[in-house]
Design a protein. Structure first.
Length: 429
């Protein structure tokens, strides 16, 4: 196939280079377009626009394929650990046994936050949404290291990578404790990453904490499944903020805010709220599938549909398969899981969902598992952020290593033409 694209505008013809990715994805390089033709491309929401070349994650939305640095998500979820996946994403390869041990030890020794950070929590109302606290706290974290946040200094980038991976779980768990009016549980460095997080969230200083291994392994799997997803909304946000050479903490803080939206990472909280509404409505599931088909209703099936996956989200498939086992292991039965399965069945038989290729996404089942662990609903998106952290860091590092220019899209202006200013005394009411 030709390695150029020909564009005909009026009587003029332009030739543009094309690019082919590792898995055969194809792109037209429009860098010369405006200079040569006076035209820009217009693609709100970037449905057809690539922002960069990347070596981190590959998704095939038609075939439901997801790989981190070439490794299939199914194998990583089954055989790897979250900290190993964080190394793979941020360092670019699977670690040797000694590198993994050193990586785990380095992260474990940075789990404490400065005691002054605790005062920040007192500034929030007790019912503050933990995503607001997380975004503010991660940005505030930079002030404790503000003399060593140079995005172009590899040693500073590495130590801040370690600090964020180590401290963000502590910050998240402290915000949960604060919302409950409980004393903070400090990190226990004798535990695994997931085990430490569970103990900080559910441990009390008044008694020993019995770590449930099923919970620990389920949480580690959930973190792996959320670790990266190429150029999604929050990762694109992290990249574009990083492109201004903003420090890593500021860039991650912006990604947290983008993830909070109900169309993105906030969907896992919205899914549970939707399932509870359906469960409590005697009209049942068919009513909500009908509402979702009806644009004027403004209702969407949360946890369904995806910009890239036009087939079953492989993460949802893994979580759906694991949900029964995890809930059984946790000694939990959740009627919402039955509602979710039934809703999926009805929706996938419905022509509207089939024609639009709307399948369950990662958020559809994750909330049921978080719920079974006793994690409050308003912490679900925080759990998503904890998983996505290494992916955000990896993309921020890649953007800086690639020396990409500052992100600054063009636009097509459709406002008023030039007109003279009218002093307020001469304007009509
Ligand atoms: C995540 O990008 C990523 O990789 C994200 C993510 C990650 O790991 O980072 O995978 C995580 O954010 C998963 C998505 C979580 N969000 C939800 O579950 C919210 C519900 N889903 C949607 O709102 C929607 O599907 C999106 C936002 C996820 C995708 O939106 P798109 O690609 O912009 O698609 P669209 O909104 O244009 O929908 C296409 C059509 C529309 O109908 P038409 O205009 O063609 O007639 O499908 C309809 C939509 O109305 N549609 C839905 C629907 N999702 C899309 N109709 C009913 N229920 C839904 N859930």
């Amino acid at each position: 196939m030709s390695d150029t694209a020909t564009l005909k505008i009026g009587n003029d013809t332009y030739t543009l280079p094309t690019i082919v990715g590792t898995e055969g994805e194809r792109a037209i390089d429009v860098k010369p377009l405006r200079r040569e033709s006076g035209h820009i491309t217009l693609d709100p929401g970037f449905l057809n626009t690539g922002s960069c070349r990347s070596e981190i994650t590959f998704i095939d939305g038609e075939r439901g394929v997801l790989r981190y640095r070439g490794y299939p998500i199914e194998q990583l979820a089954e055989q790897s650990s979250f900290l190993e996946v964080a190394y793979l994403l941020t360092q670019g390869a699977l670690p040797s046994p000694s590198a993994l041990t050193e990586w785990e030890q380095r992260i474990t020794r940075h789990t404490l936050v400065h005691e002054d950070m605790k005062r920040m929590y007192e500034a929030f109302p007790p019912n503050a949404h933990p995503m607001a606290i997380l975004s503010a706290a991660v940005s505030a974290l930079s002030t404790f290291y503000q003399d060593e946040v140079d995005p172009l200094d590899p040693d500073q980038v590495q130590i801040n990578t370690i600090r964020l991976l180590a401290k963000v779980p502590t910050i998240a768990a402290f915000s949960l404790k604060r919302s409950q009016g409980h004393r903070y549980t400090y990190p226990d460095n004798g535990l695994s990453y997931a085990g430490r997080l569970l103990k900080m969230m559910f441990g009390y200083g008044t008694e020993p904490y019995e770590l449930d291994e099923d919970q620990e392994s389920a949480l580690d799997k959930l973190l792996i499944l959320h670790a990266d997803h190429e150029q999604n909304c929050s990762t694109t946000t992290v990249r574009i903020v990083g492109s201004s050479k903003a420090n890593l903490y500021a860039s991650i803080s912006s990604g947290i805010s983008a993830l909070w939206g109900p169309l993105h990472g906030g969907a896992n909280q919205a899914v549970i709220e939707m399932l509870e509404t359906i469960q409590n409505d005697s009209d049942g599931i068919d009513k909500y599938v009908r509402l979702a088909r009806d644009k004027s209703s403004g209702f969407r099936l949360m946890g369904f549909g995806h910009r890239v996956y036009k087939s079953y989200d492989p993460r949802a498939k893994i979580l759906k398969g694991a949900a029964d086992k995890i809930l059984a292991g946790l000694g939990q039965k959740d009627p919402l899981l039955d509602v979710a399965r039934r809703l999926e069945e009805v929706a996938l038989e419905d022509s509207y969902f089939r024609e639009k290729n709307l399948y369950p996404n990662v958020d559809f089942y994750s909330g049921i598992i978080y719920r079974a662990m006793g994690i409050p609903v308003n912490m679900f998106t925080v759990m998503f952020a904890l998983g996505r952290l290494p992916g955000w860091i990896a993309h921020w590092r890649e953007g800086n290593e690639q020396g990409l220019p500052i992100g600054r899209p063009r636009q097509i202006y459709t406002g008023s033409g030039e007109r003279p200013y009218v002093p307020v005394g001469q304007r009509e009411e």
